[in-house]
Design a protein around this ligand. Sequence first.
Ligand code: F6P
Length: 322
Amino acid sequence: MKRIGVLTSGGDAPGMNAAIRAVVRTGIAMGVETIGIEKGYAGMVNGDFVPLNSRSVGGIARWGGTILQTARCKEFMTQEGFDKALANVTSAGIEGVVVIGGDGSLTGARELHRAGYPVVGVPGSIDNDIKGTDMSIGVDTASNTILEAVDKIKDTASSHSRAFVIEVMGRRSGYLALSAGIAGGAEMVVVPEHATTVEEILDEMKLSLERGKPHFIMVVAEGARPNASEICAAVSASQVAGFEARLTVLGHVQRGGSPSAADRLLATKLGTAAVQALVEGRRGVMMGASCREVFPVPLDYVLESDRPADADLVKLEEIIRL
Ligand code: F6P
């Protein structure tokens, strides 16, 4: 291979820039030129390509977002858009692509692979909902952002003896809620993977009060049912122990900011491994990481089902809230 492409797609995640930098510089080390594809698959469909070199990725590892920009592209999912994208990369001499993104982006990568086009994926999504890797790029930074908010809210919650419902991202995954809930000492965590009722939440509140806690902090993933605002309304209406409830929706603040050291390192390892895999002839895989190992995982495995909630974290949260 003499020329490869790199794109970031779906929701951005802190660390994507460090991954782009790793792709470009590993390419240089292996004698391969890297072309940046702008706005994810939309750039493939529209032929928005930009050559990248060592200097154009200098200093970007500490930036949040993605210098290539990102998008969720519906046109790529049509046969016409897909064919156009494939024709564009082929005529630009781009012999394979590194796709950095979440499950939607990796699904697009698998379609390219199935069409015979060389592709290697890199998991980038703050949700940590991608199978085949312990952590995705962006999760650590987002967890730290949430933790900072939980710590601050706890101060005011204790001062006023209030209940606080903090909504965090995670459409189908409770990982961010669980990790921030455990690290931040929340009294309860509500995740999309497990059903909870308002009654259970109120019972937990009463227990917490009996334990002498001066506040009740709940971290609720956005995909949980009941959702954060329904929980907040129910708690306020119930007047358990006279606790007033307040809702804080953290929103997109969780996706931004300078990536943590852990995210930069993970992104660099995965970006480098992705180029090595692509150039060495691996196809249809995503690079994953666990402990100190980095390895290829077939996209078919990654995408075959949702990643289940981490059972150990769920148990840990139940113990630690006592
Ligand atoms: O997939 C990552 C994520 O941050 C989800 O947790 C969230 O539901 C979604 O993106 C929101 O994305 P957007 O506002 O870009 O549509």
